[in-house]
Every structure is written in C-alpha cells, then in structure tokens.
Design a protein around this ligand. Structure first.
Ligand code: UDP
Ligand code: MG
Length: 137
C-alpha cells in the first residue's frame, strides 16, 4: 500500500477559517486525499491520539484545546508523504517555523499551531486506526 499520513487542522485553524488555505497546499503539492472529514473528537480519542504526551505538563491544556471545537481530519497518500508533510508543516513552535511552512505562515504559538501531522509511517498507521478503525484503501 502507498504511504499515508494522518493530518488534521486543529480547532484554532478551523475557527480562523484556514481550512481551504491548508487543503490547497496539500492538493496543489500533489497528494491524494483518501479521507477528509470535519469531526468533534471524544475525550478517549484525544488521549489515544496523544498517548506519548498524556503525562506531560502541557497535556491538560492541549486536550482542552483539541476538544474546544471540530477538527478537519485528512488521510493523505503519496510518495514519502509523512516526511514531506512534516516539512510543509514546520516545527512544533510556530515561532521557530520558517516562512513558507504552514506554521511559519499561519501561526505564532507552540500550543495553538494550526495543524497535526504524523511523525512516522508507524505513527500514521496507529493514528489512522484510532480515528477510522482500520487502515483505509
Ligand atoms: N504542545 C504544547 N506545548 C509543548 C509541546 C507540545 O502545547 O511544549 C502541543 C502542540 O499543540 C503540539 C502538540 O502538543 O503540536 C504535540 O506535540 P509534539 O511534540 O508531538 O509536536 P508536533 O508533532 O505537533 O510538532
Ligand atoms: Mg507529534
């Protein structure tokens, strides 16, 4: 199966009407959209998604933020999609992100940084199974 990445626009991006801006970047870059869905996550889905962060001091604020409104979830597919999307997204702290990246163009915060993208094909598989129950074709 071709490589896939689980990406979502966080509630700040949806509220700031950045959905079309972010979709456009992935669409024009050439990735295939396998799923595109606006969804309000449950508490358990957030805990499962951020399982490596649940004990961190920032986690309660992160969880409250992710639950604060709907997110736009996408599954993107293409050659080396995981690394390429992470490059397009930029580093976690938007203040460190270069202009031209999504966070570097659209955010100024480490917490409210517009977008999530899988950091490895293994993470993508786990995240896709969490949100969609199984891998998608
Ligand atoms: N986060 C935060 N404070 C931190 C680190 C992370 O609020 O000190 C939030 C931020 O929204 C980030 C998410 O937790 O995007 C997940 O953190 P990770 O280190 O996995 O960053 P990412 O993979 O999103 O760049
Ligand atoms: Mg991460």
């Amino acid at each position: 199966m071709a490589e896939q990445s689980l990406v979502f626009i966080k509630p700040d991006g949806v509220k700031r009407r950045l959905m079309s801006e972010v979709i456009r970047r992935f669409e024009t870059r050439g990735f295939e959209f396998k799923r595109l869905e606006l969804r309000q996550l449950s508490s358990d889905e957030v805990d499962a998604h951020y399982q490596e962060h649940v004990e961190r001091d920032f986690y309660p604020r992160l969880k409250e933020f992710i639950l604060s409104g709907p997110i736009l979830i996408m599954i993107l597919e293409g050659d080396r999609v995981v690394d390429t999307v992470r490059k397009m997204v930029g580093p976690t702290d938007a203040l460190d992100a270069e202009p031209g990246t999504i966070r570097g163009d659209l955010a100024l915060s480490k917490g409210e940084n517009v977008i999530h993208a899988s950091d490895s094909p293994e993470s993508a598989k786990r995240e896709i199974e969490n949100f969609f129950g199984s891998l998608v074709h």
